[in-house]
Design a protein. Structure first.
Length: 282
């Protein structure tokens, strides 16, 4: 029997859009006994108020680690046995990707996030860091389906082993999409996270054929069930992140999108999730 153990931070995809510390409570549905999950958070500061609409904490210079420890055992589910043949970093990566694809709002990141008594404010133009003795705790309930995660792991393993020696295949493009999704999981800030999720989405949509412009929007809409206008909004925001501001309209577009970034980030994750899951047959 082989054990694979990894520690993952549970990161809301829109983390960084609000001045708060996300505290995720994780529960498992449809357990099959393949993996064990333990809350490994430590060092959280003391709470100073607890109201129905607001929970605040004083960090007092302590480092707060918010993470869960996942342990998988071989010999329980034969469909994922190839996972234990991979090098541990890649096996851990596939686990984090599969957990992230199994829910609509949370990224399971191998980056272990810590919070101190500072707030970082990020915009496309600057990053500012300033003291903040009181931060809001945002308590989030998340449920993951173990059976769904195992099915995703099985499908990713299939594509991992099917691309060697092949060029320009659908399978290779799907793996590239998954690899971009992994880069989103290890991106420490909101804009790179969005960009890599977009790349994952784009590569999955175009797995069988290169598309752009209206052709891409139309096909993506059919593939993932979004309206074409919703997809165009994602394309427009991606374009503003990736390219320099050419005029006042570009700046206004970015400012308006930043105001709605939480919704855009959630939509971007769902788009990438839906496209990848469609391509791997789930």
């Amino acid at each position: 029997m082989i054990k694979l153990t990894t520690e993952l931070s549970l990161v809301p995809v829109d983390m960084g859009t609000r001045l708060e510390i996300p505290v995720v409570n994780l529960t498992i549905r449809n357990p099959r006994g393949v993996f064990d999950v333990v809350d490994n958070s430590r060092g959280i500061g003391r709470e100073i108020s607890n109201k129905a609409d607001s929970v605040k904490t004083v960090i007092n210079g302590l480092i707060s680690i918010l993470a869960y420890k996942f342990t998988l055992e071989s010999g329980i589910d034969m469909h994922i046995e190839k996972l234990f043949e991979l090098l541990p970093p890649r096996a851990q990566s596939i686990l984090s990707i599969s957990c992230s694809l199994s829910n609509p709002t949370i990224l399971f990141s191998p980056l272990i996030y810590s919070f101190t008594n500072s707030i970082i404010e990020e915009t496309p133009h600057r990053v500012r860091c300033y003291p903040a003795k009181i931060l809001k705790l945002n308590k989030i309930e998340v449920e993951i389906d173990e059976e769904k995660i195992l099915n995703i792991i099985e499908r990713i393993l299939k594509y991992e082993t099917s691309v060697f020696g092949k060029e320009n295949t659908i399978e290779k493009n799907i793996v590239e999409s998954i690899n971009n999704y992994q880069l989103a999981l290890i991106s420490p800030s909101i804009f790179p996270r969005f960009v890599f999720l977009f790349h994952a989405f784009e590569k999955a949509v175009n797995a069988d054929k290169d598309r752009s412009g209206k052709d891409f929007v139309k096909h993506a809409s059919k593939l993932i069930g979004f309206t074409e206008s919703k997809i165009r909004e994602l394309l427009k925001f991606y374009d503003r992140i990736k390219h320099v501001f050419r005029n006042t309209d570009d700046i206004l577009t970015m400012e308006n999108n930043i105001k709605n970034f939480s919704e855009l980030a959630l939509r971007m994750k769902k788009a990438a999730d839906n496209a990848i899951l469609y391509r791997i047959g789930l």
